[in-house]
Design a protein around this ligand. Structure first.
Ligand code: ZN
Length: 270
């Protein structure tokens, strides 16, 4: 499933194709993905100029000079194809620019979404209302996290996955960041010191930036006319490595709660 770094990489990959361009053709191939597409999507986007590309949590944002923002979510299996030579049955939404570039949103499982939101109302768009700060923004720092976790008895891992505390973190990056910060996933969130939270904040940013950079190198591999923008895998330190040795020599463990696995090192993480 695409996580924050994959969405960020996707947005960066779309930027050179879309930035400043006029959308000459906008063509939904079906009326819905996970939810119905806005019925006036084609009309509001055709002829508009793209003025911004961005990301909020795991959503990509394409802003136009008409004050609309196309908000996309890649769901479980979504990806944008750049200048596809042929269209397939899973290419559900097409865009063409005044430079003749083409984009196709491909989503075999259709858990993704497309919506059109007034740009000045993005903050109150329901999926964004109440979201915590972006993990890569300066607002996500140790004093903020200390305040947000104050008095919370829940495990730190659950709190990092809570989108109201910090936006867009998924299971893989939370496992990796807790390992890098040497904090046990089950530790009571409200009891962590400012110093340990500082380490955690740094670890979250480091694992995300590393994944985005890995995605950037993946993108270069895809810099061909039929290139595809999708997600990529990285080398994890604990995620998916149950039974293998940690860098400290101890054996990595896996615990499953509510269908979600936690990977951790019982020695380094306290
Ligand atoms: Zn270890």
């Amino acid at each position: 499933m695409p996580e924050l770094p994959e969405v960020e990489t996707t947005v960066r990959g779309l930027a050179p194709v879309l930035e400043g361009r006029i959308l000459t053709c906008v063509e939904p191939k079906r009326g819905d993905l996970r939810w119905p597409l806005p019925p006036d999507l084609r009309q509001r986007l055709t002829g508009a100029r793209v003025v911004s590309l961005g990301r909020r949590a795991k959503y990509g944002l394409i802003g136009t000079d008409r004050g609309d923002t196309l908000v996309f979510h890649l769901g479980m299996s979504g990806r944008w194809r750049i200048d596809p030579e042929m269209l397939g049955r899973h290419d559900h939404f097409l865009i063409e620019t005044d430079k003749g570039r083409r984009l196709a949103l491909n989503d075999p499982r259709r858990f993704g979404s497309l919506d059109l939101v007034r740009t000045d109302a993005l903050a109150t768009y329901p999926p964004f209302a109440g979201l915590g700060p972006e993990p890569l923004s300066p607002a996500f720092d140790a004093p903020y996290l200390k305040r947000a976790l104050n008095g919370r008895f829940a495990p730190i891992k659950a709190m990092l996955l809570d989108q109201r505390i910090v936006a867009g973190l998924g299971n893989i990056y939370v496992c990796e960041a807790l390992h890098q910060a040497r904090i046990a996933p089950g530790r009571r969130a409200g009891g962590l010191s400012l110093e340990r939270l500082g380490r955690l904040v740094e670890a979250v940013k480091t694992v995300l930036v590393a994944a985005i950079e890995a995605g950037g190198s993946t993108l270069r591999d895809y810099a061909r006319p039929d290139g595809e923008l999708g997600y990529f895998s990285s080398q994890w330190r604990v995620y998916g490595r149950e039974g293998q040795p940690c860098q400290c020599g101890a054996v990595i463990r896996r615990r499953t709660e509510g269908g979600r696995s936690t990977f951790y090192c019982p020695r380094c993480q306290r």
